[in-house]
Ligand binder design. Structure first.
Ligand code: ADP
Ligand code: ADP
Length: 236
């Protein structure tokens, strides 16, 4: 079974059709990069996977389970949607950290609030996640005392601490100064090497070329090609 099956997906913003009949399989344990011009629908497609955007037709299945709807046109309960989203981590262009909390507290918060862990257990697991992204020395720093690259690594730690089965990255390096991009891509590459299922919207062609298992190329709301990085990136 595939991690994510997207079938005949349509998405409208008012009269504007942002996604047109998208068919895409995201295989488990692999990295899928979504590339294409700005405005082509990459972010919308990614956000449909965890139902941050409601799609209008077609379906998205996560591990064979339909997300967002219980059946045709019948939206699932908020509770069931929350349940399904628990297996999906997401990292955005903006890091969205709480400024008044340390790196450790930022990562532990979800474990306490969403997973119901006690403070001590949450702190232990948060520390592990921060070690994994190379921030063992910065756990007590507040975001203002971290570089953009470090803040994004905290955001990745926050997501992986929840032990997701699938990670979605929406232009995770686009808000960073160029010299900080590499450290974030390196963490993502490590995660990929551990067999995490990943879908990544990115403009980093080096990452797509070297780390992706498959590349999906979008244009004007359509998925125009899905193939190996070699096939897509060397035959533009
Ligand atoms: P990409 O990620 O490829 O840059 P997006 O998925 O962000 O593209 O956007 C696809 C298209 O949908 C664009 O034309 C964009 O202007 C439009 N769009 C995105 N979000 C909204 C929204 N909330 N309301 C109306 N139009 C939107
Ligand atoms: P770009 O060419 O877009 O600047 P980078 O060269 O920074 O991209 O590489 C992006 C990611 O791909 C980094 O994580 C880097 O480790 C990895 N990478 C780059 N070149 C290779 C390679 N030859 N083999 C494996 N991984 C690579």
């Amino acid at each position: 079974a595939s991690a994510v099956e997207i079938r005949n997906l349509d998405k409208f913003y008012g009269p504007f059709q942002a996604l047109k009949q998208i068919d895409l399989t995201i295989p488990p344990g692999k990295v899928t990069c979504l590339i294409g011009p700005s405005g082509s629908g990459k972010s919308t497609l990614l956000r449909c996977i965890n139902f941050l955007e409601e799609y209008d037709a077609g379906e998205v299945r996560i591990d064979d389970q339909l997300i967002g709807y219980d059946g045709p046109g019948r939206k699932m309960s908020a509770r069931k949607l929350r349940q399904m989203r628990r297996s999906i981590g997401m990292v955005f262009q903006q890091f969205n950290l709480w400024p008044h909390m340390t790196a450790l507290e930022n990562v532990a918060e979800g474990l306490i609030r969403v997973r119901g862990l006690g403070k001590a257990d949450a702190a232990t697991r948060a520390a592990e996640a921060l070690r994994k992204v190379g921030l063992e020395d910065k756990m007590q720093n507040h975001p203002a005392r971290l570089s953009g690259g470090q803040q994004q690594r905290v955001a990745i730690a926050r997501a992986i601490a929840m032990e997701p089965r699938l990670m979605l990255f929406d232009e995770p390096t686009s808000a960073l100064d160029p010299e900080l991009v590499g450290e974030v891509l390196q963490v993502m590459k490590t995660l990929a090497g551990e067999g995490m299922t990943m879908a990544v919207v990115t403009h980093e062609m080096g990452f797509a070329a070297h780390v992706a298992d498959q590349v999906a190329f979008m244009e004007a709301g359509e998925l125009v090609a899905v193939d190996s990085p070699d096939a897509i990136l060397h035959n533009p």
